[in-house]
Design a protein around this ligand. Structure first.
Ligand SMILES: *[C@@H]1O[C@H](CO)[C@@H](O)[C@H](O)[C@H]1NC(C)=O
Ligand SMILES: *[C@@H]1O[C@H](CO)[C@@H](O)[C@H](O)[C@H]1NC(C)=O
Length: 465
């Protein structure tokens, strides 16, 4: 029995002594500066790290740790190595970042691994810039407000950076939307100056240090959450790209309490409905055409389009202002010239180069589906998207289609504006299929002609008797 317990504790000891990364004890963070921006409902964190290899072996990667409350709300994690001297013009080298599992993770900590461009040798240091974005991380409190009350929210984090490495020195700055801060947890030294709260500097914090903080502040920016967006991009080799976007938009902030008075809303908008939003901005490609904006009732006329050389801006206004917890469903449609987005690759395939994500500014999309409808007769579609997406194929039949169109379906949850980047869909196409539609028209016409002829012929025969 004691032998068994002994053996077990030895196994346990071995298990506990397993480093979090293969070489996490070799790295230490010499200096860390963290800037958290909570001025909109999308929380952006910029980390500047100086990492040193204090071990005897080269280290190929490092780990970023996230508490379980954050890992489920992470929309993106990006990292770049800073090359060159900081004072002179530094250049940034994007690094590969991937979620990773650590079997001995303390209390459900989540990890991302940053792969260095080349292994960090003993005694070497590296400067890194990391950006990560959290959605649904500001908790309205009170959860329900009336039309005239400001929207207050809680933000939870740690005053010290959660990390599997020893951090010699660190400071955190949190940028508020305004000076209206109700309260914040103090972890000495901590202070607020205007719109900014500063935590630290803290020195020599051992791995996995954590100091929970709560900040309670006013945030009346529009909490525009698209619960679901389906974008259909239809390629017609006859000259244009037709885009149809179906939105289910919600106000993700504090729920509205009491009755809504439009008269009061309109007459006192500066005072009341501070957190509600009336209009939204969609950034569309230049040279858009045939723009429409409608909901289940019909066309909504209250939209303004400004076209420009580099982009177009569509300002839309739903039929009623969106108060906390309210929803609106609508469709935006537009056409753009094919030659701006469809190209031929050197291997002879065609490809679409379009923007992923959601055209509405500062918006979270919980569930995004992008459908690329290829011309009839297209084959072997393949997508190039700079982050993981779900992929599927469908067939769509429309007017005059003979064999139907291949539809490449791309899916991604929890997208933020940093996902609005170009993506490509490559496919092969036999130009003979361009003739399919005219062929259908001609054959229909011909059949009609033959039928009429037969009819006339029969008619004549009867008449001849
Ligand atoms: C809605 O707008 C579109 C595009 O401007 C137009 O073609 C359509 O006729 C309009 N429908 C109604 C019902 O006004
Ligand atoms: C796609 O378009 C963007 C700009 O809109 C351009 O920077 C990028 O090089 C294009 N990609 C390809 C593969 O053509």
């Amino acid at each position: 029995m004691t032998a068994l317990v002994g053996a077990f504790s030895i196994i346990l000891a071995i298990f506990l002594s397993l480093p979090a990364g293969s070489s996490s004890h070799d790295l230490q963070i010499v200096n860390a500066e963290r800037r958290i921006d909570v001025s909109s409902h999308i929380v952006k964190t910029f980390l500047t790290l100086k990492v040193e290899n204090t071990g005897k072996n080269s280290v190929p990667n490092m780990l970023l740790a996230f508490p379980p409350t954050q890992i489920t709300h992470l929309a993106t994690v990006q990292a770049m190595a800073t090359v060159g001297k900081k004072k002179k013009k530094p250049t940034y080298l994007p690094l590969d970042v991937k979620p990773t599992d650590q079997p001995d993770a303390p209390s459900d900590t989540g990890y991302f691994s940053i792969l260095f461009a080349k292994p960090l040798g003993p005694g070497e240091t590296l400067s890194l810039e990391v950006l990560y974005i959290l959605t649904h991380s500001l908790e309205p409190f009170p959860a329900e407000i009336s039309e005239s009350e400001p929207q207050l929210v809680y933000y939870h984090d740690s005053a010290v950076i959660l990390s599997p490495y020893h951090i010699k020195q660190q400071t955190t700055f949190i940028k508020m939307p305004s000076v209206k801060v109700e309260s914040f947890t103090s972890v000495e030294p901590a202070n607020r100056a205007g719109k900014e709260i500063k935590y630290g500097p803290y020195e020599n914090r051992p791995p996995y240090s954590y100091a929970p903080i709560i900040i309670h502040f006013e945030n009346s920016s529009p909490f525009a959450v698209v619960e679901e967006l389906v974008r259909e991009i239809e390629i017609s080799h006859w000259g244009s790209l037709q885009i149809t976007e179906s939105y289910r938009l919600a106000h993700g902030g504090a729920r509205h309490k009491g009755v809504f008075s439009r008269v009061e809303y309109q007459s006192r908008h500066s005072l009341s409905g501070a957190s509600s939003f009336k209009n939204l901005l969609a950034v569309l490609p230049p040279r858009v055409d045939s723009v429409y904006y409608r909901d289940e009732i019909g066309n909504i006329s209250s939209s303004r389009l400004r076209t420009g050389f580099r982009k177009s801006e569509l300002e839309i206004e739903p039929r009623y202002p969106l108060l906390g917890g309210w929803r609106a469903t609508f469709v935006i449609g537009y056409r753009v010239p094919l030659e701006d987005f469809l190209f031929e690759s050197p291997d002879g395939r065609r490809y679409l180069n379009f923007t992923f994500g959601c055209p509405l500014v500062e918006t979270v999309v919980d569930k995004l589906t992008v459908k690329v409808v290829l011309p009839e007769g297209s084959r072997d579609p393949s997508a190039v998207v700079p982050f993981p997406v779900g992929q599927d194929l469908e067939v769509k039949y429309s007017y005059l289609d003979v064999v139907g169109r291949t539809v490449l379906v791309l899916k991604k949850n929890n997208t933020v504006p940093t996902h609005n980047v170009p993506f490509q869909v490559y496919y092969t196409f036999k130009p003979i299929f361009m003739l399919a539609e005219p062929f259908m028209l001609v054959s229909a016409f011909f059949l009609f002609f033959v039928a009429s002829l037969a009819y006339i012929h029969i008619d004549l025969t009867i008449g001849g008797k």
